[in-house]
Write a protein that binds this ligand. Structure first.
Ligand code: SF4
Ligand code: SF4
Length: 346
């Protein structure tokens, strides 16, 4: 696990506070989508299919800060679309960092090298680079040659300037586990600060519907990919990786990762669009949460094992008692290249 010590402590304390207050539903990661437009056109993408007038819409910095303040989640993941082509992305990030949010700016990295001058390294800010395979496979997934090399160049440039850099990988049906394992070795050799991994989800809007994983396929594939995962630094709790491998079962907690985008607060999660709320409190109060997750029988949820539904469930498990808390703490300190707590950014 390669979650920074400071972030792990802050999130742990935040979760414990809500447990003591007996808050029924509370957010851990705000999924912020300030625009849907992107510079790439990946076949599996459910975001870039919107009509032009929607692709032209953007959240303002004030709307982004207001969303972060209203929901109170300690972590903000800025996705899209491609956030780096938002003309006010620097103001958005600066404002969130000033509010001491742990910001993950998710990018395909093509515009990153040219944009680095605009940002300052901060323990609160991480570039999370989309990498779905080694050169040939990644370029195939993003439907454009040369993107992998640009991403690697951008990772090296960002690391050289002192930025914290992680990667995020979506796993689709038919992936070769040995190729993904080579990719994690390669990324680890690049000295990234952590890696994220999640199965893909079959969006209604995605044009390529044939390559998304069913639940049992997901577990089998992840067991092969992660069989000796201790050698890699993942930016996940060990409990979430256990879940992907089928060693733990959780119910979805979509309210843990609420989504705010140009339409409002998306019900119930980052993946489904069953309407929008005007405010976070309306999202929490007016969503029929029992209609989602495996137990609900909702067909859209049966094969889903995606991080935005289950990472919060894993965090709740990780803070459920001394045994799981100790396991998380040991994982934090034993990660490859782990720094002593005193050396982590403050
Ligand atoms: S880089 Fe991300 S947002 Fe852009 S097209 Fe690909 S999947 Fe969609
Ligand atoms: S199971 Fe997946 S699709 Fe269903 S609510 Fe949870 S995150 Fe969304």
């Amino acid at each position: 696990m390669s979650i920074p010590f400071k972030q792990a402590v802050r999130v742990g304390a935040y979760v414990m506070k809500h447990r003591l207050l007996r808050t029924k539903r509370f957010p851990m990661v705000l999924m912020l989508e300030p625009l849907f437009r992107c510079n790439l056109a990946c076949a599996g993408c459910g975001k870039i299919q919107y009509p032009e007038h929607i692709l032209n819409k953007r959240l303002s910095p004030e709307e982004c800060w207001e969303a972060a303040e209203e929901c109170g989640a300690p972590v903000v993941s800025i996705a899209g679309g491609e956030p780096l082509i938002h003309p006010e992305i620097k103001q958005i990030v600066d404002g969130l960092v000033q509010r001491k949010k742990f910001v993950y700016l998710c990018t395909n990295a093509v515009p990153l090298k040219k944009k680095l001058d605009e940002f300052q390294p901060s323990p609160y800010m991480t570039f999370s680079i989309h990498i779905d395979g080694l050169r040939e496979r990644h370029d195939e997934v993003v439907c454009e040659e040369g993107v992998f090399d640009k991403a690697v160049e951008a990772i090296r440039a960002a690391k050289a300037r002192g930025f914290r850099v992680t990667t995020n990988t979506t796993v689709f049906d038919g992936e070769d586990p040995s190729e993904l394992r080579k990719m994690f070795d390669f990324l680890q050799d690049l000295d990234v600060d952590g890696m994220m991994i999640s199965p893909g989800y079959s969006y209604d809007k995605a044009p390529d519907q044939d390559h998304f994983l069913k639940r049992e396929q997901t577990k089998s594939l992840f067991r092969q990919i992660l069989k000796d995962r201790q050698k890699w630094s993942f930016n996940h709790s060990p409990q979430f990786l256990d879940f992907l491998e089928g060693k733990k079962e959780y119910e979805c907690t979509p309210w843990g990762n609420p989504t705010r985008n140009v339409f409002g607060w998306q019900k119930p999660c980052y993946l489904l669009q069953d309407g929008y709320a005007d405010s976070f409190s309306e999202l929490i109060d007016d969503t029929d949460w029992d209609a989602y997750g495996r137990k609900s029988g909702n067909p859209k949820c049966q094969d889903c094992m995606v991080h935005c539904g289950y990472e919060a469930s894993a965090v709740l498990d990780a803070t459920s008692g001394p045994r799981e808390m100790l396991r998380s703490a040991v994982g934090l300190l034993r990660q490859p290249g782990a720094k002593k707590p005193s050396a982590t950014p403050v």
